[in-house]
Structure formats: C-alpha cells, structure tokens
Design a protein around this ligand. Sequence first.
Ligand SMILES: [Zn+2]
Length: 237
Amino acid sequence: MSSLYQHGTLAMLMGKQMQGTASVAELLAHGDTGIGTFEGLDGEGIILDGKVYQALSNGQVVQVTDQDVLLPFVSVHFHEPTEVLPFSEVDFGTLSSKLEKFQLDNIFAAIKFHGKFSHVHTRVVAKQTIPFPSLLDVSKNQPEFHRDDVAGTLVGYYAPEIFNGPTAAGWHVHFLSDDKKFAGHVLDFSATEVDGTLQLFDDFIQHLPIDNAEFRDMSLDLDGLSSGIKASEGRKA
Ligand SMILES: [Zn+2]
C-alpha cells in the first residue's frame, strides 16, 4: 500500500499561516503527484509526473522549475494506482456514487482522471501579503474560470470527515489542461471520456513546520474552524 504525505494543514491557513514552509525539492522527495498552494496563497498548485505547475489568479499557468519555491500547504503521493476505474464519464455530482463500492468514507484516496472534459469550473486564490488575512476573507473574493471541451488531467484527494481541519474533508481536486494553459482548484467538472485511476492510502503522513516561529505561536479558533473550512473550501455543484 502507499502513503499520502501532507505538509502543513488547512487549519494553519485558517489561522493566517500562509508563509511558505516547505520547498518544491522537499515535496518532490515525497511524491510525483499532488495539489497545494504557494506562499501567500499565490495561486493553486498541481503536481503531475514530478512537475509542479502554478495556476495564477490572472488566469495564467506557469511551470515552477525553481526547487526553492516555498509552499505552506500541499499534499503529494507517488502515483501507483490501486484501481483502474471502469467508467469514462463522470462529474462532481456523481463522483462519490460511482466510487461507492470502494468504500472511501473512512480512508484517504487519490483520483486521477485524464481525457476529455465537457466543462471545468475552477477558482484560483489571489496572492496575499503580510499581514496575512484569514482564509475565510480570502475566499470571499477569488477569481473563477470556466472552460468547455478541454483535454486535461484532474488530480486530487478524498479525506475522511474526521480529518476536517488538518485538510478539507471530502473531495479536494485540481485540474491542469494538456496544453498547460488552464488550471485551478476545481469547483465543478464534467468529464465525457476519461481514463481514471484510484489509489488508496494506508498511511497518512502529516508533516509540520516546527522551525517556523509564527506557526509555533499560532492559536486557533477551533469552534470557527469547520464552518470556516466549509465556507472557504466548499464546492458549488
Ligand atoms: Zn485547492
């Protein structure tokens, strides 16, 4: 079985900890596939085949080749799928029911779909500056993008409800088009002809930036955490 490696937590972003604390080089040592965000929430990250891409809030996508670029929150794994999915048509609304027989409720899993999408709806967080605001305030104003008939890859994770806080419970997926010109955090998608795989994890590695003074000083409002996560990470299906 395999491991999902996560640096930072969603709760830290809610606690205004958006400083980058893990480098691209460190992350790629733990996986070749994944999703995350950059220092100051500068866009949405997607890692595919060991390459890191950054979707920017102006709609552009760049490949991050500098191994020293820092990220505050990111999940990665080595793509070694445990299941080849038997369907080629899926959308966000039917994803969970199509995967029902794999009983994902209480485990971490990754999906990867590649092929044709009739529609993809994304959002891309805009870069924040110090003093960092709360994630909730950031999420109230972030650009959204739509693309029809686009070829690309959708990658992301399912996290159990009990891990809401360390990460977002449920599905969290990002998209990158084959032409590398369209990417972001997926709010909705509809795939018409895709090859899909599923990977189940029996290890969840939670890495924390223990040398970061701001993180060590952070105090979290736990009561507001789950409603805040819901408001900032919830998808509009
Ligand atoms: Zn995201």
